[in-house]
Design a protein around this ligand. Sequence first.
Ligand SMILES: [Zn+2]
Length: 265
Amino acid sequence: MTDGNTKTLLVITAHPADAFDLAAGTIALHRQRGDQVHVASVTHGARSHAPSIYDDKQEALDEAREAQLLQEIIQEKKQEFEAAARAVDATATHFLGEDDEPFVATRSVILRLAELYRTVRPDILITHHRTEQNHHDHPEVGDASARALVTAARWLEGSRLEPYDVPTVYYYGTQDRRDVRINRGTVGVAASHVVDIESVVDQKREALKAFATQKYQGKGYSTPEYLNRRLESVEGHYGLFSGCRYAEEFIARGPHVTRLLPSVR
Ligand SMILES: [Zn+2]
């Protein structure tokens, strides 16, 4: 299905799974209408999002074995990321492989992201908000990706590509991890856009299932027990508050200028 006005989306994710946790349904819906969707993972996620591998191993590691294990986990995370992207029919993936836990937003990361914006030239960019109350790497990636918007549009050191000003930016809806909220003293920003994902919820389930190395509250991402509970309590929660079955939430970076006020019905 396409109306001849297809768009290019670039979805930035702190760790390989976050784009699918927060926007898998939206990615699938945009692909259905013929849009191009690129998904870019800033970190490899090996140190924060593979507990089923490293849980009981770190204590006994020597330096060489630690380096080897890291490379093995990075490869596994990359494969999970690509499998999840296939589940929602994403057009392309970009695995930047920066270190996580902690991710630190350096100048070189911002330059890399800006070069990616110039390469993909998205109509719509989705990224983390700097007040996102989730894993502490998320707001760091949010800040770096927001700063890269300005860099891509101005003088990007070392780039041979034409400057590019991303016209539309959305942040993922605010989540709620209390330790990060308290540590940063942030109040989550309310969603401006809610996407009804009921028709593609099975694709979201498949995308999440790809992350077999991840656990939440002791349950693996690939288990029906986690998947069923999670979709009802997260996507179901967002849907319940907006009058649909399952939803994903987004925050527009700025006001959308229109000629008339749009109606929701
Ligand atoms: Zn994450």
